[in-house]
Design a protein around this ligand. Structure first.
Ligand code: IVH
Length: 706
């Protein structure tokens, strides 16, 4: 027997008689005599009264709960008047729940228990490919499954929606699977959930299951607002979703950017679909929020590929996902496979390894970086998360500690998403015992005792002692020698700290003056190690200019700005002598970076460092910088697409060697755009729009030979 035919399952009325009960009053007419009387009213009149009641409820709701009416007060009054007139002629239509009988705005938000029309089951989990295959083998033992539906497992909270004749009449949380909480008014504040289904041909009855979630990017913002208002922050987006939906006052829910994705079908009448994927198609037509990421595949190998793919892209969706759900697509086969007492046999959840754990925040300390930035970080009780053991986690700045609402001693949620640096998400407030204490940002540098400064309008606190703060020197030498900068083999953190502590180097300028004597009497430096370092230093003398620029730890100058500067200016001297305007005009360098460069070079101590770099034999200009005018002097070239003869770097070098410039984007100043295979459409289009001559690779070769 179809669940629809089961006696009692059509009872979607709210037992506590919230205003929504009006919407189903006809269907619910338990009293036979009343039903007979109602039947005497002309069908059109009865339909109009029901429509007015629904619309009035909707308008009152938008007015009182959403603060967002869609009709004027006058129009509202007109509709109310029309309904009252009908009820005067036909008093039997005047139910206690009619909008004419209620005080508008008296919305009850106590969560009333509601029975789901059809039980809401849970899912069994698998964690490995072989468990997934074993599950699929069981599912296909007696059935021929040729279509599997793969979709994302949204980390939110399950809800059940009931639509009657296209109107959302009830929404409930899952509860124990049989009985949930009535959250109709809260759900109706979600902009993605239609209160009325779209299209002419809406099903008579539709029970929908889905997941309500809190978009990941909005989560931090919510916690910031909560903490600022002295309220309790949420530990993660899922809790934020549940907490936001299950608000007594739906106006609070309305302020939260909750969203929803539908993933199941319960009892339905008037919807003829043979497969889950087909149901999604219909649901989308009806205006329901269906995920774009589901996919029907033919075999388990493809299911595994889907699982793998999304494992790599798990952070590319707007909500958190904790796995993939695999379903047998055909409803006929789903019915044949049936369910255990807890979960269906036709679906399974493949769970990804957790990226979130809880641990104790033992202390908050601060670290002084190479540019003097003072950063708080959490010292944690070490814990394993996403494949590694984590004992430290950055907290970025004092504002962030405050915004996250974490206290020293808290149990915190720690997150390590993929390869990303571990992050403290928030505190588990309910586990506090009163012994926790707030972090206070120090006012003096923990390494050199200089008074810290916080420049106007900046979130970061800094140690202004850029020249002799041991922490800054240590970090800047380490950075100078690191892979991203001059890449000095053998010169790691320990070496940098050892040389500095022993007074053998004082700043990065001394690195190019290291000699075997510099290591005399130092522990841990054998002959081989010393040779390795000195070889590394010699190689570093010949690195391109951009690497030296990165290595100097000029605030805001990272690899891309450094490359842009080197490309256009070609020598440290040209950069040092340039005005803020000239620097800011370099493609890829803005006014902030330009100002920071000018500041850096204005400091005589920095100029001294540069002189030490120069006198140590390091190259401070790229090839061709001082050769005087070349055949391409004054020519600016943009290269797009792949060239056969040149790599991007070698093409840049040959242009520069002839006195020309290579820039990243096309402008009126561009002399030629060189187009290789698979060019970027925007550069090519822009070249055409600005009428910049376009050269192919052969034309480029001719230009170089000219
Ligand atoms: S289908 C019969 N699909 O995960 C149960 N559930 O851990 C069918 N969930 O209770 C559920 N994303 O609340 C399904 N794409 C998805 C889902 C999903 C998240 C939730 C759902 C379920 C829980 C089980």
């Amino acid at each position: 027997m179809s669940p629809l035919d089961t006696p009692g399952t059509a009872n979607v009325g709210d037992p506590a008689g919230t205003p929504d009960a009006t919407l189903v009053a006809d269907a619910d007419a338990a009293d036979a005599a009343d039903a007979a009387e109602v039947a005497e009213v002309a069908a059109e009149v009865r339909a109009r009264a029901a429509e007015l009641a629904r619309d009035l409820d909707e308008h009152a709701y938008r007015y009182y709960v959403l603060d967002s009416p869609t009709v004027s007060d006058a129009e509202y009054d007109r509709l109310m008047h029309e309904l009252a007139e009908i009820e005067t002629c036909y008093p039997q239509l005047r139910t206690p729940d009619s909008p004419t009988q209620k005080v508008a705005g008296s919305f009850s938000t106590l969560f009333t228990p509601v029975e789901h029309l059809e039980r809401m089951l849970s899912l069994d989990n698998v964690f490995t490919g072989s468990e997934l295959e074993a599950w699929a083998a069981r599912a296909t033992r007696d059935t021929e499954v040729d279509a599997w539906l793969c979709e994302l497992k949204i980390d939110g909270l399950a809800v059940d929606l009931v639509y009657e004749d296209g109107f959302l009449v009830r929404a409930a949380t899952r509860g124990d699977g049989r009985t949930g909480e009535d959250v109709t008014r809260n759900i109706r504040t979600l902009s993605v959930v239609p209160t009325r289904l779209h299209g002419a041909c809406v099903p008579e009855l539709l029970e929908i299951r889905g997941e309500v979630f809190f978009p990941t990017v909005a989560f931090t913002e919510l916690n910031t607002t909560l903490v600022a208002a002295g309220a309790k922050p949420f530990a993660n987006p899922r809790n934020a979703a549940a907490g936001s939906l299950r608000q007594k006052d739906p106006r609070v829910t309305a302020t939260r950017p909750l969203s929803m994705i539908v993933h199941g079908l319960g009892v339905h009448r008037g919807l003829d679909v043979a497969a889950q994927s087909e149901a999604y198609g219909r649901m989308a037509e009806l205006g329901l929020p269906v995920s774009h990421h589901h996919q029907v595949v033919g075999g388990v190998a493809e299911v595994e590929a889907f699982v793998r793919r999304w494992g790599e892209h798990r952070h590319d969706v707007e909500h958190e996902i904790d796995g993939v759900v695999v379903k047998v697509d055909a409803f006929g086969l789903q019915r044949r496979l049936g369910a255990t007492s807890k979960s269906p046999r036709w679906a399974v959840a493949y769970k990804y390894p957790p990226e979130e754990v809880t641990t104790r925040l033992l202390d908050i300390e601060v670290n002084v970086g190479r540019t003097g930035r003072v950063t708080p970080f959490g010292r944690l009780e070490p814990v394993r998360v996403a494949g590694s053991t984590v004992g430290l986690a950055t907290l970025h700045n004092a504002d962030q500690v405050e915004r996250k609402g974490v206290l020293i001693g808290d149990t915190v949620v720690l997150r390590k998403a993929g390869d990303v640096i571990p992050e403290i998400v928030g505190p588990v407030v309910d586990l506090r015992d009163g012994s926790e204490r707030a972090f206070v940002m120090p006012t003096r540098c923990p390494e050199c005792d200089t008074e810290l400064v916080r420049p106007d309008g900046e979130v970061d606190v800094r140690c202004p002692n850029t020249v002799s703060c041991p922490a800054q020197l240590r970090e800047s030498i380490f950075h100078f020698a690191s892979r991203g900068a001059l890449d000095i083999d053998g010169l790691g953190y320990e070496t940098a700290a050892g040389l500095l502590d022993a007074g053998r180097v004082h700043d990065v300028g001394d690195i190019f003056h290291l000699s075997p004597e510099s290591f005399e009497g130092l522990r841990g430096f054998g002959q081989k190690k010393i040779e390795q370092i000195l070889r590394g230093v010699e190689q570093a003398r010949h690195r391109p200019l951009w690497r030296l620029l990165v290595g100097l730890s000029i605030r805001h100058v990272g690899p891309s700005a450094a490359r842009a500067l080197a490309r256009e200016m070609r020598s440290v001297d040209a950069i040092a002598g340039a005005s803020t305007e000239a620097l800011a005009a370099v493609d890829g360098v803005g006014s902030t970076i330009a100002a920071s460069i000018v500041d850096w070079f204005a400091d005589p101590r920095h100029r001294e460092i540069l002189e030490r770099v120069r006198s140590g034999g390091a190259q401070v200009a790229d090839a061709g910088a001082d050769d005087g005018p070349g055949p391409l002097t004054g020519v600016t070239i943009v290269i797009t697409g792949t060239l056969v003869t040149w790599s991007r770097d070698s093409a840049t070098e040959v242009v520069q060697a002839r006195g020309g410039k290579v820039t990243a984007s096309v402008s009126r100043k561009t002399t030629f755009v060189v187009v290789g295979a698979d060019p970027g459409a925007s550069k090519y289009d822009k070249a055409r729009a600005l009428k910049v001559p376009v050269l192919d690779e052969a034309g480029f070769a001719v230009l170089l030979d000219a």
